[in-house]
Structures are given as C-alpha cells and as structure tokens.
Write a protein that binds this ligand. Structure first.
Ligand SMILES: NC(=O)c1ccc[n+]([C@@H]2O[C@H](COP(=O)([O-])OP(=O)(O)OC[C@H]3O[C@@H](n4cnc5c(N)ncnc54)[C@H](OP(=O)(O)O)[C@@H]3O)[C@@H](O)[C@H]2O)c1
Length: 259
C-alpha cells in the first residue's frame, strides 16, 4: 500500500538510534525527505548517511539538545532551508532518569518538564506555521505506556507525559481546522539501547528481567522499533488523516484497561 508520503518532509527527533531511528527509516522507505536530530553528532551523521544511502532520500542531521529552549527554531529552520516546506513533526527523544519521587529536587523536575513537555510545546510552536502552510500536516508524539498505566519509579516521566497527553489532545482540537492531525503513541517495551539500560538498572540480571517481562505481555514478546514505526507511518500519512486526538498504546497488549 502506497501511503502517499513520497516527497513529504518530516522532522524526526532522536533519529540517531532506537525508536527515532526506526521511524526515520520507515518514513524514508516511504519516500519522505528528513531532518533528524539528537545530541551526539557522530552517531547522528552516520544514521543520516545510512538512511539516505539505503532509501535514496535526503536526510539532514542537526545536532541539538531538545531541552535547550532555542533549538526548536533552529531544527525547523533547517528543514525550511533545505526543502522549503514541512509536513510532518515527530516528537521523540530521550527520557528523564528513573528513581523514587522523594529523591528528585526542583532541578530534576525542571529538566524532566523541559525534556518531555516543553520540548514538544516549542517544536510545535516553531513548526506550526509551516504545517499550516502545507495544508495537510501531521504531529506525532512518542510517549510511553507508563503515562497511562503508571509504573513506580517512573514519576518524572509519568507526570510530565500526562501533561503532554493533555496538551496534544487540546492541540488536536484547535488545529484540526487546518487539516493537521495530532496523535500520541505510547510504546510498551521496545527493544532499544534505552530498554537495555532499564533492564540493567535493578538488582536482577537483564536476562531475568527480560524473561519476567515477557510473561506479562499477552503477545509474548518485546516490541521492535518497526512495531512503532509502522503505526507512525500510517498516522502521519494521508491514509491516517482522519485519526486525530488519539493516545494509542503499542504494547503487545500490556495495558490492562478497557480503553
Ligand atoms: N524503548 C522502550 O521500551 C520505550 C518504551 C516506552 C517509551 N519509550 C520512549 O521512547 C523514546 C525513545 O526511546 P528509545 O528507546 O528509542 O531511546 P534511545 O534508544 O535511548 O534513543 C533516544 C534518542 O533520542 C536522542 N536524545 C536523547 N536525549 C535527547 C535530547 N535531550 N535532545 C535531543 N535528542 C535526544 C538520542 O540521541 P543522543 O543521546 O545522542 O541525544 C537518541 O537518538 C523515549 O522518550 C523513551 O522514554 C521507550
């Protein structure tokens, strides 16, 4: 099925590895030109080169820490300078540290807000005029299943991503009139470097943690970055344009709730 993404321009956060890299590959495979960003330039440039070579699209790497308030303007401008338009914004990057709530001071909370909520608010603010101009734009946020089914120890993420979900729903209502859809995907456990770090953070071996988790997932496996990227490709494409304001788990059935 041709999703109609050929010639579209997308910004993909955290495009150097993990879920962002999977999304960048999937959109490139559909023929979209990209701007990808992350902090470490060497890894980012290699990712851009690899994706461009494999799919024959243009991929521009922009080294940026998304917690820095000025970077959203620079990232969006890179897309406009290179392509003259912007159709798709994928908000994805890292996440705040894990830990007990009473161990986090104001600085830790402030950083978490910058990373999970303010980064999206600023990226949207910078991108919106260009998405409106494209007439059929799309905004897609990567959050986590913990934002709707909280996990002890994940407070910095749970609290800030709950705010993101409220922001995204409101945004979807306000900008639907411009033909722009807004959705948030909540991944369950997805095989990336970050998940390896989560597995290694406790007292049990990563192999034991992984095996125990798999028994809790109805589909019986950890997800792949392609599991996320396949849904992203649909939601940001013309084929998914009637879907907006949704918060969608992609978790192998992990979420125990009726909605
Ligand atoms: N993997 C999972 O199981 C899972 C489950 C639920 C939700 N999530 C969420 O999905 C997102 C992506 O996770 P992942 O597993 O793909 O992580 P990952 O493998 O660690 O990749 C994170 C990407 O984001 C970039 N990044 C991190 N902090 C950044 C910052 N401050 N500014 C700009 N770029 C930044 C990283 O590059 P640099 O380090 O070079 O900046 C990298 O490209 C995270 O928010 C994570 O919490 C993941």
């Amino acid at each position: 099925m041709d999703l109609g993404l050929k010639g579209k321009v997308a910004i993909v956060g955290g495009g150097s590895m993990g879920i962002g890299f999977g999304i960048a590959n999937r959109l490139a495979n559909e023929g979209a030109d990209l701007v990808i960003f992350a902090r470490r330039i060497a890894k980012l440039e290699k990712a851009a080169q690899d994706i461009s070579t494999q799919y024959g699209v243009r991929v521009i790497p922009v080294a940026a820490d998304i917690r820095d308030k000025d970077e959203s303007t620079r990232i969006v401008q890179a897309a406009i300078d290179a392509y003259g338009r912007l159709d798709i914004l994928v908000n994805n990057d890292g996440a705040p540290p894990l830990g007990a709530i009473d161990t986090f001071d104001d600085v830790a909370w402030q950083k978490a807000i910058e990373q999970n909520l303010f980064s999206v608010i600023r990226m949207v603010r910078s991108a919106l005029p260009h998405l409106k101009a494209s007439g059929s734009g799309s905004i897609l946020n990567i959050s986590a299943i913990s934002a709707i089914q909280p996990i002890a120890g994940f407070a910095l993420s749970v609290a800030t991503w709950a705010g993101l979900i409220g922001y995204a729903k409101t945004l979807s209502m306000e900008i639907a009139q411009y033909g722009i859809n807004v959705n948030t995907i909540c991944p369950g456990y997805i095989d990336t470097d970050r998940l390896q770090k989560v597995f290694a953070a406790g007292t049990e071996s990563p192999e034991t943690v992984r095996a125990k988790l798999i028994t809790e997932i109805p589909l019986g496996r950890i997800g792949s970055t392609a599991d996320i990227a396949n849904l992203v490709a649909l939601l940001v494409s013309p084929a998914g344009s009637y879907i907006t304001g949704c918060t969608i788990p992609v978790d192998g059935g992990l979420l125990r709730a009726l909605r």
